[in-house]
Design a binder for this molecule. Structure first.
Ligand code: BG6
Length: 483
């Protein structure tokens, strides 16, 4: 019962040090997540948050900005929370500049130390060196790493070597915020706590699996990062593959972190690599051009990044296969894009058509569909055929049975970061990636990345459209774009 112990572990006193403390992620997600856990009285222990910045910043303006993302009307609660937060400016990663942080952390030696690296991964090495020189890493320390961890298998290995020279694997938390989303966690419950679906969860019964993460926004203020990364590495390599792992993995023997991660790893290892033929037939990469949405004129990607030339993709759609017993020859469609018609993410499980139709009505094929909607609403829908009431034979049509999370569970939906940060504090690694998972994901991604720019061309799509995926990939399965 080790895993249950871990899940219910009490929250021990902690200091969390956020490198990149003044960055967007820290202000929008990390600090607000800490606030909401605090406001829910989950931190009944001494704790402190240190935001590390490169340059001196205006503390009042910083807190005001963070407060705008916290969105809480209880000013007193917010102000009490801010008493736990300090800003430390560290201009250089060396022993001398780390003295102030050292003094702070040493004065509360008994607390666990969580180092949150919310900075580009090329800064990890210097930070680790400085933490080591200053003697700040101990056995109760943890490190949280934000993606992207490198830009290739080789560079991710280098980063991993640097981190593992200072931290043991059980101290390392590689975060993928999709795994903290409520509906994503619910995939585990849906599959492994219900009898109904698991029996039919295989190639005999399922015709295809389709995962879409569509965003309406463009690259916004992240041009520098995004143009070096693109949709394949920004979304498919992590978020979409992690969703696929949860949908396709074998039942783990327990919720023990390694039991779950072993099963996810097997899915990644069984993904069929792309080759020169499949890359042409089974993959589309696109980039958004100008468009008009609700009367508003939207820029092209090139205008957004202020460049004349870029081959970076903002859209990827692909068909792949998991070569194992359960999923043999079941097409898996993955699709993600920016500046699409609307923001929505879902996982659609298309069941096979029944072998024989006893009804005269043949308008609708006899098949079911399970839709796990991740955003904007969090909902599960089972599409089934139902008789249309009235005399005159058996006429039927598809009807959705809907379980809306907001209707069934009235509480506020916690942000993914809240769940994940609490897990870090508790030391539960179930929802974090182990390095071998990451390496397996990179290996598969490289089968695309190494050849696709030579073998395929970038297709332009209008901002506000559904991108170019349908034309080439849909086969007999249509993307669910009609919502
Ligand atoms: C991030 C990507 O990891 O996920 C962004 O870097 C993307 O480009 C974001 O916009 C999407 O997250 P969510 O939770 O809004 O779907």
């Amino acid at each position: 019962m080790k895993q249950n112990q871990q899940l219910t572990d009490v929250i021990k006193p902690f200091n969390i040090v956020i490198f990149g403390g003044n960055g967007d992620l820290s202000k929008r997600k990390i600090i607000p997540a800490l606030f909401h856990r605090y406001a829910d009285n989950q931190f009944q222990v001494p704790f402190a948050i240190y935001c590390i910045t490169r340059f001196a910043i205006d503390e009042v303006a910083f807190k005001q900005e963070v407060e705008s993302f916290i969105q809480c009307e209880n000013k007193k609660k917010v102000n009490d929370f801010f008493k736990h937060l300090s800003i430390i400016t560290i201009e250089k990663n060396d022993e001398q500049h780390y003295q102030l942080l050292k003094t702070e952390l040493e004065s509360t030696k008994e607390r666990q130390r969580i180092f949150y690296f919310s900075v580009p991964s090329d800064a990890f090495s210097e930070i680790c060196d400085a933490l080591n020189q200053t003697g700040l890493i101990n056995t109760s320390s943890k490190v949280v790493l934000e993606k992207p961890l490198g830009h290739s298998l080789e560079s991710s290995k280098k980063i991993n070597d640097i981190i593992s020279a200072s931290f043991q694997e059980q101290q390392i938390f590689r975060i993928d915020h999709y795994l903290g989303k409520e509906t994503v966690q619910n995939i585990m419950v849906l599959r492994f706590a219900n009898h109904l679906f698991e029996r039919a969860w295989n190639a005999d019964n399922i015709e295809s699996i389709q995962i879409t993460v569509a965003e309406s926004l463009g690259v916004e203020k992240r041009a520098g990062y995004y143009d070096k990364t693109g949709a394949l590495l920004d979304m498919i390599q992590n978020h979409l593959l992690q969703l696929l792992c949860l949908v396709a993995m074998e039942p783990p023997s327990s919720l023990n972190p390694d039991a779950v991660r072993n099963e996810k790893l097997k899915v990644l290892q069984a993904l069929r690599p792309f080759d020169r033929t499949s890359i042409k037939s089974d993959l589309v990469r696109g980039q958004y051009t100008r468009g008009i949405v609700n009367g508003e004129k939207l820029n092209s990607y090139m205008e957004d990044i202020d460049a004349y030339d870029s081959e970076t993709e903002t859209f990827v759609a692909l068909r792949t296969f998991i070569d194992n017993w359960r999923w043999k020859n079941t097409p898996i469609f993955l699709r993600t894009g920016k500046r699409m018609k609307k923001k929505y993410s879902d996982i659609v499980i298309n069941f096979k058509e029944l072998p024989h139709n006893i009804f005269q009505d043949s308008k609708y094929p006899l098949r079911n569909k399970l839709i796990i909607r991740l955003q904007p609403e969090e909902r599960i829908e089972l599409v089934q055929l139902s008789k249309i009431p009235g005399p005159g034979g058996y006429r039927f049509k598809p009807i959705s049975l809907k379980l809306d999370f907001m209707d069934s569970f009235q509480d506020r939906m916690p942000d993914a970061y809240e769940r994940l940060i609490i897990d870090v504090i508790r030391g539960n690694q179930t929802l974090f990636m182990r390095y071998d998972e990451l390496a397996a994901a990179w290996e598969w991604i490289e089968s695309i990345n190494n050849i696709w720019k030579k073998e395929t061309s970038l297709i332009l799509y209008e901002s506000g459209s559904w991108g170019p995926g349908d034309q080439i990939l849909s086969g007999n399965v249509k993307w669910q774009t009609d919502k």
